[in-house]
Every structure is written in structure tokens, then in C-alpha cells.
Design a protein. Structure first.
Length: 452
């Protein structure tokens, strides 16, 4: 019996898929089809799949060509499958020519001509309305956002806004994107969504205005400085039936999702301590080192550290204590926030102008997890035990420079109502972070008053 295997996402099942499966079946007697998991697709940079895996598998099955369907969920699985199932022929469409020639040492590789004029990506782009998004604030992060959106289907940056004329003008010239300096309502008019990347103190006002105008909002952290305002903004988003997301990009990375599952899955027993550090030396004179009112180490980087703490231990801590090392003008150059839970402890450390190891350590009753620096990009991690010779290493492939595309992709999915419940970063978690930010601001202000 001649066994054939093929793989694909088979999203929004179309004629090209049908023809491929038909011809694959004709190559032998028994056809195995590997359907990718969403996780695997995200890992290999294919974002925004529409159909859940059950639907994609059913569609393959309904063609009647597959004798067996398996799930493809990791890099390197093809070689394993070919050996395990005793495969004679590996086949894929001609868009992959050359890419899988290395499998010739295990079985015959055949590339079938691709059906012209159709692809899942095309259908996604045609059927999903393209989300027109405007960037508010044209500083350092705006060009990165612009670049990363080009890797996510279904979204397009069409406009920008910055009341500072010089910055607006240079952004418009460099990126050929219409950049407004006033008439905020007109700027919003043709948009479905905005990305707020302006100075920290302006975030909440822009968010409020955009939500009131019925726009979806992705806002850089920290979205607000107070608990009450965070509650108000999430309620407003609910009332207006639009998506509001705080842009803590780590929350949306596949590697970080995997880390949470492993940590909560019992591999290290009960979690007793979480310790996370994010620090950057930065440029002297930059906002994070001089704006003592609205910037500084904790306001810029503290959300990163709080993220794994709230994800792993919850937001209902019993007590929070914070201490800072202050610079000349009263800005915090290093801040340590310590949480006490009923049966565990946690620390978030942030440095701006102070450098430390950017690692995340999760300590448990059976072992610990070490995510090496930069843990907030979660490219991989170790589960370690008492016996130093025993280490379970997890590797997560990661596309792009800074993980922003996963956050953008999540935002688009939410706008389109794909992907179910909020769980990667909930409104409650974001509100709990605003609460800590508020406590921090009060403490730092007290310190600054003492300097006057
Ligand atoms: N395929 C094909 N003809 C097409 C589209 C896909 O023969 N017009 C083949 C692919 O070469 C692959 C299989 O169908 O062997 C599954 O492809 P998949 O990547 O799931 O489909 P695409 O439409 O190419 O998806 P996307 O646009 O998301 O890349």
C-alpha cells in the first residue's frame, strides 16, 4: 500500500485545497492529511486564521479524500510523521517548491501545481473588512507599529495624528501617511480604530475621545494612572460595543502563552514566588529619564513585570509594597514592587538608567521556571529541578523584532469577533495594574514634594 502525506492550514476551505487533496490521494492508496494547530500557525508567523481547527479538519474530511487526519503542532514533526506512518510520498502545492527537498532522504517529495487565482489569504482579505487604523503619536514606537501591521492581514494604517507640527510633518513625509495636527474629530472620521502611542499623560484622554466616537482602541501602557479611570474606560468600551486593549505586547506572544500553561499545569508544583525584571539604560535626557511627572522606570516598564504576576497568581493580592531609588529630579530610576498573596510572593522590578538581568523566575514546590533575558519576548524557557542535570527546555519561535505583530493580530481578531473570550490580558487585569500605578504615583509624588 502506497502511503501519501500532505499538510496545510486549510483555512476558509477553497477549490485550491480540494484540488490539492484530490491529486494527493491519486498519488497513492492511503492519504494522511496534517492540519495545523492555531498555535503552530502563529509560531510560524501565520496570524489571523479564521476557522477553528475542528472546522478546518471537518472540511478536509468532508472531501472524502483523506483516509486519516492528524494534527501538526510543531516544527520538525514532518520527519517524525514520515517515519512513524511509513510514508512513501510527501506532497505539497507548488508554492513550496524546494522548501521540503530535504525530506527526499526519507520518502519521495512531489510538488503539485497550485490552483491559480485562489488562496486563503485572498479570501480573508476580501471577506474581512480591512480595519483602517490611525496612529496617535508619531514618536519612537509609531514606525515600528507601522512596519509590524504590514505582517498582519486585515489592518491598514491610513492616518496619523500629532499636535506637534514638526514631528507630524516629518512622519508624514517619511512614511507617506496623512498626519493631522488638529481637528481630532476629522482625523477619527474615516477610521475604525486607533492606536494610542502618545506621551503617557495624554493616553486616557485620547482613549476616551476615540471610544466616545465608537472607535476600537489599542493603547500603549500605562493606559491610565488611576483605578477609577481604567474602570470608566473599560465600561465606556463595553457601552459603545468596541474593543479596548492595553498594549502590553508580552501578553499576546505564543511563547508567553505556552509559559503560562506550563507553569499552571503543575510542572513546578505550587507556585510560591514570581520575580520579573525589566530594565533599560536608555539615552540620558530621554523622556523615561527626565519626565518625573509621567514617566520613569515604573511607569514605562512596570506593567511588564506585573503581567506574569497577575497571570499566574491572580490580581487579588493581600498587600503591595513599593520602594524606589530616585534620581535628582525625583524620578524613579529603579523601582521594586512586592506583592504578598495568601501562599505566595511576587516582585516586579523596573529600571530606567539602571541595568539588571532581564529574567523571569517562577519558583514552585517541585522546581522552577527560568525565562532568560529578554523574558518579555519569551523565545524560550527552562523548567529546572533540584537535580541540575534535569532540565526541560521549551523553545518558541518568534517572528518580528519586538512581538508587536502578535498584539496587533489579537486586536484585529477581537474587532472581527474571532478568538472567543478575553483571556490573554483581561480588563480586570489591566484595571488591577492601573490600581498599582495609582499607588505608585501617590508615593512618588510624596517623595517629590519632600524635595521641594
Ligand atoms: N494550495 C493549492 N492551490 C491553492 C492554494 C493552496 O494547491 N490555490 C495548496 C497549498 O500549496 C498546500 C495546501 O493547498 O499544499 C494547503 O495550503 P494552505 O496554506 O492551507 O492554503 P493557502 O490558500 O495557500 O493559505 P494561505 O493563503 O493562508 O497561505
Amino acid at each position: 500500500m502506497k502511503k501519501v502525506i500532505t499538510y496545510g492550514s486549510f483555512d476558509l476551505f477553497h477549490e485550491g485545497h480540494y484540488q490539492l487533496l484530490r491529486r494527493a490521494k491519486e498519488l497513492g492508496d492511503y492519504l494522511i492529511v496534517g492540519v495545523t494547530t492555531e498555535h503552530f500557525d502563529r509560531m510560524r508567523g501565520k496570524l489571523n486564521l479564521v476557522d477553528p481547527i475542528k472546522v478546518r479538519m471537518d472540511n478536509v474530511w468532508n472531501t472524502g479524500f483523506a483516509d486519516e487526519i492528524i494534527v501538526e503542532d510543531h516544527e520538525g514533526q514532518k520527519i517524525e510523521d514520515i517515519q512513524r506512518y511509513g510514508i512513501d510520498i510527501f506532497t505539497l502545492g507548488s508554492d513550496w517548491v524546494g522548501r521540503f527537498d530535504y525530506l527526499n532522504q526519507y520518502c519521495k517529495v512531489i510538488y503539485l501545481p497550485r490552483t491559480a487565482g485562489i488562496s486563503s489569504s485572498d479570501i480573508r482579505n476580501r471577506t474581512q473588512k480591512i480595519v483602517r487604523i490611525g496612529i496617535i503619536g508619531t514618536g519612537r514606537i509609531a514606525p515600528r507599529f507601522l512596519k509590524e501591521t504590514s505582517y498582519v492581514s486585515g489592518i491598514e494604517v491610513t492616518e496619523a495624528y500629532n499636535p506637534e507640527e514638526e514631528s507630524a510633518e516629518s512622519f508624514e513625509q517619511k512614511y507617506q501617511i496623512k498626519t493631522w495636527t488638529d481637528h481630532f474629530d476629522d482625523f477619527l472620521k474615516d477610521l475604525e480604530a486607533v492606536y494610542v502611542a502618545s506621551p503617557n499623560e495624554t493616553h486616557s484622554e485620547y482613549v476616551r475621545k476615540a471610544l466616545q466616537a465608537g472607535k476600537h482602541v489599542l493603547c500603549e501602557k500605562p493606559m491610565t494612572f488611576t483605578y477609577a479611570e481604567a474602570v470608566e474606560l473599560y465600561e465606556l468600551a463595553k457601552e459603545k460595543k468596541v474593543t479596548l486593549m492595553e498594549g502590553i505586547r508580552t501578553a499576546y506572544l505564543p511563547g508567553f502563552q505556552q509559559l503560562l500553561s506550563v507553569a499552571k499545569g503543575g510542572a513546578i508544583g505550587e507556585i510560591c514566588d514570581v520575580e520579573a525584571c525589566f530594565s533599560r539604560l536608555g539615552v540620558p535626557g530621554s523622556r523615561e529619564m527626565t519626565d518625573y511627572k509621567y514617566s520613569g522606570a515604573f511607569l514605562e516598564y512596570g506593567s511588564y513585570g506585573m503581567l506574569p504576576i497577575f497571570k499566574l497568581l491572580g490580581k487579588d493580592y493581600q498587600d503591595v509594597q513599593m520602594e524606589s531609588v530616585y534620581g535628582e529630579n525625583g524620578i524613579d530610576v529603579f523601582t521594586k514592587v512586592q506583592f504578598r498573596y495568601e501562599n505566595s510572593l511576587a516582585t516586579a522590578k523596573a529600571g530606567a538608567g539602571v541595568k539588571s538581568e532581564g529574567e523571569l523566575i517562577i519558583a514552585g514546590t517541585k522546581g522552577y521556571i527560568l525565562v532568560p533575558s529578554p523574558w518579555w519576548l519569551t523565545r524560550g524557557f527552562d523548567v529546572r529541578y533540584e537535580d541540575p542535570g534535569k532540565v526541560d527546555h521549551y523553545e518558541a519561535t518568534f517572528s518580528g523584532l519586538d512581538g508587536l505583530r502578535y498584539e496587533i493580530s489579537e486586536f484585529v481578531s477581537k474587532i472581527n469577533g474571532i478568538g472567543g473570550h478575553d483571556y490573554k490580558l483581561t480588563a480586570e487585569e489591566s484595571i488591577a495594574m492601573a490600581d498599582v500605578v495609582e499607588k505608585f504615583m501617590i508615593k512618588r509624588r510624596d517623595h517629590q514634594r519632600g524635595l521641594e
